[in-house]
Design a protein around this ligand. Structure first.
Ligand SMILES: Cc1ncc(C[n+]2csc(CCOP(=O)(O)OP(=O)(O)O)c2C)c(N)n1
Ligand code: SF4
Ligand SMILES: [Mg+2]
Length: 295
């Protein structure tokens, strides 16, 4: 099948946007026969009515309501098909596209309801670990220790990143996966697998964000690869009731290789090294992989 690319956007996205990188890769494979239902966030800037860079359709919703919007689109398509007004070959895939703020917080109840109803949709969450579009305030996905516009204390964000993967898995949907644009083959394999399924399907793409994470846009891929090699972003999938890690970093790099490349963690290294915070983050990564070692 020929690959389908996003058209040139000309829209004001940041250079080196890891979310856009993942979306490009997803779209290459997912194709044009789709309706994107996009909640308010950075990707909203891709579309400037009546134009979008997508070859398919695009619908904008409020932050909380993308899964509800997806239900309406799915129902409309099903009614058109059932009443013979749309030939089966014209059917479209319904894709929710949101950031982590919508996915982990403001839109979570609408998502939970959609999974519960068994809605046939794909949910692509680009996770830049904050409310990027409004200046990187902390979100439910912000990691421990990160500086955000609303976490300016000496140790950064005091909370922990919400386990969105586990929250979805607890609903027993059809498919859940974590991906990153810097590992395109892993991403492509998961999108391919997910395409053949029906029902609620989630892809969470960790999205290195030069603007919100404070690094040079040229380093997006390198930082993405470090997220995998240090083990802080496990690549995994849930299908048929089972979680499998798809790329296991057998010799994990120390977590500070990832942290020290990003300005949002600079306060952990200077003016004094915050050993307790760095050790704490490392310990949580180690504990994760110890508990996953039976996979
Ligand atoms: C209910 C509501 N609160 C706040 C906003 C303002 N707002 C627009 S985009 C955005 C950030 C969304 O964060 P996220 O979902 O992570 O997407 P990102 O901006 O990081 O792409 C916010 C807070 C809004 N649109 N609706
Ligand atoms: S703020 Fe971050 S996520 Fe948003 S467009 Fe810029 S790089 Fe991408
Ligand atoms: Mg975000």
């Amino acid at each position: 099948m020929p690959s389908v690319h996003l058209l040139g956007t000309g829209t004001p996205m940041c250079a080196g946007c890891g979310g856009l990188e993942a979306l490009h890769e997803f779209y290459d494979q997912f194709g044009a026969k789709s309706v994107f239902v996009n909640a308010a966030g950075c990707m909203t800037l891709l579309a400037a009515y009546p134009f979008t860079p997508f070859r398919g359709s695009w619908l904008y919703t409020a932050m909380a309501s993308a899964p509800a919007g997806a239900q309406g689109v799915r129902d409309a398509l099903d009614i058109l098909a059932a009443t013979g007004r749309m030939p089966p070959e014209d059917d479209l895939d319904v894709v929710v596209l949101t950031g982590d703020g919508a996915a982990c917080g403001i839109g979570l109840s609408a998502t939970s309801g959609a999974i519960e109803r068994g809605l046939d949709f794909v949910y692509l969450c680009y996770d830049n670990e904050g409310y990027g579009n409004t200046g990187q305030q902390y979100s439910g996905a912000t990691p421990h220790g990160a500086r955000t516009a609303t976490s300016l204390g000496p140790h950064g964000f005091p909370g922990e990143k919400k386990p969105l993967f586990d929250i979805w898995v607890a609903h027993r949907p059809v498919y859940v996966a974590t991906v990153i644009g810097a590992e395109p083959l892993d991403l492509a394999r998961k999108v391919e697998r997910m395409k053949g399924l029906k029902g609620p399907r989630l892809i969470i793409a960790l999205s290195p964000c030069p603007t919100g994470w404070d690094f040079d846009p040229r380093e997006t891929v390198q930082i993405g690869q470090l997220a995998v090699k240090t083990g802080i972003w496990p690549l995994k999938e849930y299908v048929d009731g089972k979680v499998t890690h798809t790329k296991v970093p057998r010799e994990r790099l120390p977590i500070e290789e990832y942290l020290k490349r990003q300005g949002r963690f600079a306060h952990l290294f200077a003016p004094q090294r915050d050993d307790a915070s760095i050790r704490g983050i490392q310990a949580r990564v180690d504990a994760y992989w110890e508990s996953a070692s039976g996979d």
